[in-house]
Design a protein around this ligand. Structure first.
Ligand code: HEC
Ligand code: HEC
Length: 289
């Protein structure tokens, strides 16, 4: 759609002219616009941090005020209230403290944020995008809602790695690389879809699935093998069918279990969806067990 591309190009040029941005940061949007887009699409912090009703949909008016408990054999995790409420949310934290919480899993008091928050993936979030997310977090309605502490039967690591200082933007002209960034740094698709060994994603088998999740319908469900090594999934589908799985939660033969953030992913731009699909098609084929 060349005219849409042209329109964006005009906006970029206008932003360069009026805001005097450097050529390296040629986003058309303000940080708040970028953050609003990301948070309501690929990033979807709300899939964990917003409480849901019996239909599995996020409760209106409660955005980011603390999510439903997430249980595993080794933890009972309580997604925190991350609204700007000063007493029960993160209203007193500085921008840098919020950035450190997202990318390094560190709270201002030095304690470590535990799983299943996908910190190891968020470490790859660019400076531009993590600050855009902070701008959005500051813009949501403060909600007073105290959340109980999580409990862990496993020791939390002292840190998730060395401090994250500078993460550059991934060029959107490289569609597979940007798709990888969407699926890892921003969206943590590959957290659920990469086999975990001793609690850590085995990136030599990125996208091969096979992780066990408690299904909201009862019982358990395995994350799908998204690599071309699975003949019954993405590899056999058209690009549109892959996009429908991500944004509508449907396989060609049946609806998918409601674990993924379909209600957020449906707001992704077609360009971002195309890049995600291009990335999935580029994965090393791994056979389904
Ligand atoms: C898969 C679920 C999940 C996702 C996705 C997720 N979180 Fe969390 N988050 C949690 C859980 C669970 C905790 C509490 C962990 C604990 O108690 O140690 C938490 C804790 C936090 C905290 C610490 C707050 C406090 O007061 O201690 C912040 C800040 C936070 N998350 C921000 C975010 C942001 C921003 C995003 C999106 C970029 C995000 N989270 C995505 C599950 C998630
Ligand atoms: C919370 C974990 C989780 C996250 C995050 C997640 N997925 Fe999934 N995904 C699953 C599970 C579990 C299934 C299988 C559901 C079923 O079989 O009904 C699945 C199914 C799929 C399917 C259908 C494939 C098939 O062969 O049936 C696609 C495509 C997909 N996911 C892509 C993605 C993409 C792209 C993202 C990121 C934008 C993502 N997923 C994020 C857990 C997740």
């Amino acid at each position: 759609m060349p005219h849409i591309f042209m329109r964006n190009a005009v906006i970029v040029i206008a932003a360069l002219g009026f805001a005097g941005l450097g050529a390296g940061s040629a986003f058309a949007e303000t940080p708040l616009e970028r953050g609003t887009y990301l948070m309501n699409s690929i990033v979807a912090c709300g899939n964990c941090h917003t409480p849901k009703g019996p239909d599995g949909k996020a409760l209106a008016g409660k955005e980011l005020s603390g999510g439903d408990p997430i249980d595993s054999p080794v933890f009972h995790a309580m997604p925190a209230n991350i609204t700007p409420d000063k007493d029960t949310g993160i209203g007193k934290w500085t921008d840098d403290q919020i950035v450190a919480a997202i990318r390094e899993g560190k709270r201002p008091d030095g304690t470590i944020i535990g799983p299943p928050m996908p910190i190891p993936f968020y470490r790859a979030m660019s400076d531009t995008d993590v600050h855009a997310i902070v701008a959005y977090l500051r813009s949501v309605k403060p909600i007073a809602n105290p959340i109980a502490k999580s409990t862990y039967k496993i020791p939390l690591p002292p840190a998730y790695g060395p401090p994250v200082t500078h993460v550059a933007d991934v060029p959107r002209t490289d569609h597979v690389a940007y798709g990888r960034y969407l699926a890892t740094g921003l969206g943590h698709c590959m957290d659920c879809h990469t086999p975990a060994v001793a609690g850590r994603a085995d990136m030599t088998k990125i996208g091969a699935g096979g992780n066990v999740f408690g299904s909201p319908n009862g019982g358990t469900i395995l994350s799908a093998n998204l690599t071309p090594g699975n003949p019954n999934g993405v590899a056999a589908w058209t690009n549109q069918q892959v996009k429908d799985a991500i944004t509508k939660g449907t396989r060609p033969d049946r609806p998918l279990v409601r674990l993924m953030a379909f209600d957020w992913y449906k707001n992704m731009s077609n360009g971002d969806l195309n890049d995600l699909v291009a990335f999935l098609r580029s994965l090393k084929p791994v056979k389904s067990p």
